[in-house]
Design a protein. Structure first.
Length: 131
């Protein structure tokens, strides 16, 4: 039986209504795919606590959890991802790619110009449909 991993991702928009996209590095599973920045939910954490901690660790900036935007369950070859995507507000500092290969700000209509991790695709479709 495949292991299910609970993860969170953040939709962070800037003042130009662009969304922050993060490229997974070659040191990560699913390298060279784009994703919403975030990470694994620890046993005793809420979704809000996880996303605020992960963004601080991965991007060296502070966000405030606003709301759960959507979720998706995706089965990969060796594991299952239960993805919770949250809307967050950037509070302090500029995001830096500490663990990712690159960061990029894109308008919603341009999100599919990137090669997204499959678990993120339904969320991208929802974002574009709303624009």
């Amino acid at each position: 039986m495949k292991k299910t991993i609970k993860v969170v991702g953040a939709i962070i928009e800037n003042d130009q209504e662009e969304i922050l996209c993060a490229l997974r590095s070659t040191k990560m599973n699913l390298s060279n795919y784009w994703e919403f920045p975030g990470g694994k939910v620890e046993t005793s954490e809420t979704i809000a606590q996880t996303i605020e901690r992960e963004i601080d660790e991965e991007l060296d900036c502070t966000v405030k959890f606003l709301e759960l935007y959507g979720e998706n369950i995706h089965e990969y070859d060796n594991f299952i991802i239960h993805l919770y995507v949250t809307k967050c507000k950037l509070i302090e500092s500029t995001p830096k790619a500490k663990e990712h290969a690159a960061l990029l700000w894109l308008k919603r209509k341009n999100l599919f110009s990137l090669n997204w991790a499959p678990a993120d695709v339904p969320i991208i479709e929802k974002l574009i449909a709303e624009s």
